[in-house]
Design a protein around this ligand. Structure first.
Ligand code: NI
Length: 138
């Protein structure tokens, strides 16, 4: 395991109280672990500046499956990017709405492109693209 460094940080009392409340809600065991995660997340989000970087990703969408040609379009898109799509999970929310999550891998630019194509499709009510580092450079 990498050597741990202790350091002092000066922050406003109110900010620390809010952060401690956040850590408690997120079930962090210690303030240190919470701060480490915040720092990692800040570094990870910076990495997306490079569209060629290898990432893992999820695309989550909620859509109305009655929308004409949407499921056909989604299927064609997933076959087009079959090298990036690892798997998909489909949940029928109710008579109209579906929840679908795609697990992906590839370069950040491509994953974002697939996400943009899906979330902007007619019939998609809400969509979110989440890119994660492979962890190799952290
Ligand atoms: Ni469904």
């Amino acid at each position: 395991m990498e050597k741990l460094i202790r350091f002092g940080v000066s922050i406003p009392e109110g900010l620390l109280k809010k952060f401690d409340k956040y850590l408690k809600e997120k079930k962090y065991g210690s303030r240190s672990e919470g701060i480490r995660d915040v720092m990692r997340n800040a570094l990870v989000s910076e990495e997306w500046v490079d569209p060629n970087m290898e990432v893992m990703g999820t695309i989550s969408i909620v859509y109305d499956h009655h929308t004409r040609e949407l499921e056909e379009k989604m299927s064609v898109l997933q076959h087009q990017y079959y090298k990036n799509v690892i798997s998909t999970t489909h949940v029928h929310i109710d008579h109209h709405n579906c929840f679908e999550v795609l697990l992906l891998r590839g370069d950040a630019g491509t994953i974002q492109e697939i996400g943009d194509l899906l979330t902007s499709s007619r019939g998609v009510k809400v969509g979110r693209v989440n890119l994660l580092s492979t962890g190799k450079n952290i």
